[in-house]
Design a protein around this ligand. Structure first.
Ligand code: BGC
Length: 374
């Protein structure tokens, strides 16, 4: 009996050794943190590295709730960073093109920085020609967020929280925003925003990551093949403010309803020097549905975007100028797929509302899933 027990325990020990690779695979999942420098006001900035079971990583900082890097394999298993970012805080403290940032209170444009709520007029900063862009002078991308770690069986993540005081950047209401960034073992990054306010206000949140699935310094994204689940886009004036019309993409350079290289018709878009358009995502807003798919035929990397938001802005890095302030990215060397409510919604009666009232909860979810083409 004793001998049998002894041999049983030998058997269990042997099984444990066989099971060990599974454990070490699981144990790759972790959240690590390291100092990333200081803000101009002397606040410490921390970088968090989320590692999934496949060893793929997402790095984020608590300044601006910014994605610094996303490292995923190509068809040969080689991992590179597929999103534009800076190696130290300095790049983020200067004027940069919103690399990886969580943008608010209102991403994209509001005409002349004006809106009214219940007869009260509000004036925001006009920081983009005559219009307001991406929350103003000191938007959410330039503020410190508090961070909590999110750990689950198949994912690691971060919960960023920001309290924006009443009147900040001219917006009414004390607004509390929570942004969860969850990186799962299938290399899907899910971003869930929620918010509430103590006075009626307008809100439109996005993440402004720039992608080049071939990695940094690999040239333009012209060969990337894009599919957008969008039959319509918002037609705009010369300052990129919508005129309220939903235009059909059919027969235009904006038709990505079937897979097409980003570079194929980009030269047609002379006024904007490339893509800078808000598309109407097919299907019901509020439901997590397919919005975009991207295939990089060079590396084999793919990215699929799903969202509950009504719109998606395709921006092809038309202002990237190769300077260090732009992370040395040149014209069209990265693109953004920013999910969002439509620009200028506060002034457009035909658009889904962006008004958030006390007692209401704002909720939007977007996911970016990385893979390799078969
Ligand atoms: C806008 C562009 C703008 C860019 C700034 C995009 O969301 O649509 O017009 O230049 O952000 O980085």
């Amino acid at each position: 009996m004793v001998r049998n027990l002894a041999s049983l325990s030998t058997l269990f020990a042997a099984l444990a050794i066989f099971a060990a690779p599974t454990y070490s695979f699981q144990s790759k999942m972790q959240i690590a943190s390291s100092p990333f420098g200081k803000t101009a006001a002397g606040q410490n900035v921390t970088k968090y590295t989320l590692t999934n079971a496949a060893g793929n990583t997402v790095e984020m900082i608590d300044y601006g709730a910014i994605i610094v890097s996303i490292n995923v394999p190509d068809r040969d298993g080689k991992k590179v960073n597929v999103t534009a970012g800076f190696k130290s805080i300095d790049g983020y403290l200067g004027k940069h093109p919103y690399f990886g940032a969580t943008v608010g209170r209102f991403c994209n444009r509001i005409a002349k920085g004006k809106f009214s709520i219940d007869g009260n007029a509000f004036q925001l900063a006009t920081n983009n020609g005559p219009n307001h862009l991406h929350g103003g002078e000191v938007g959410f991308d330039k503020q410190m967020w508090s961070v909590a770690e999110l750990k689950a069986e198949t994912s690691v993540g971060l919960r960023f929280t920001l309290v924006s005081p009443d009147g900040q950047e001219g917006y009414p209401g004390k607004l509390t925003v929570v942004a969860d960034y969850v990186w799962d073992n299938d290399s899907c990054l899910t971003i869930s925003f929620s918010a509430d306010t103590d006075k009626a206000t307008h809100l439109n949140l996005t993440n402004h990551a720039y992608f080049n699935l071939s990695g940094p310094a690999s040239g333009t994204v012209y060969k990337h093949e894009l599919t957008l689940a969008a039959d319509k886009y918002l037609s705009v004036d010369e300052t990129l403010i919508p005129d309220g019309k939903f235009a059909a993409v059919k027969g235009t350079a904006l038709d990505f309803t079937s897979k097409r290289a980003i570079g194929e018709k980009i030269a047609d878009l002379k006024a904007t020097n490339g893509y800078d358009h808000c598309f109407v995502v097919n299907g019901d807003a509020g439901t997590l549905r397919n919005a975009a798919e991207v295939v990089d035929p060079v590396s084999g990397r793919t990215m699929a975007v799903k969202t509950t938001q009504p719109g998606i802005q395709l921006y092809s890095g038309n202002f990237l100028d190769g300077t260090s302030a732009n992370g040395n990215y040149k014209l069209h060397e990265a693109f953004c797929l920013e999910t969002q409510h439509y620009p200028d919604s506060p002034n457009q009666t035909g658009f889904p509302t962006t008004l958030l009232k006390p007692g209401q909860k704002f909720k939007e979810t977007t996911s970016y899933k990385f893979g390799v083409a078969k």
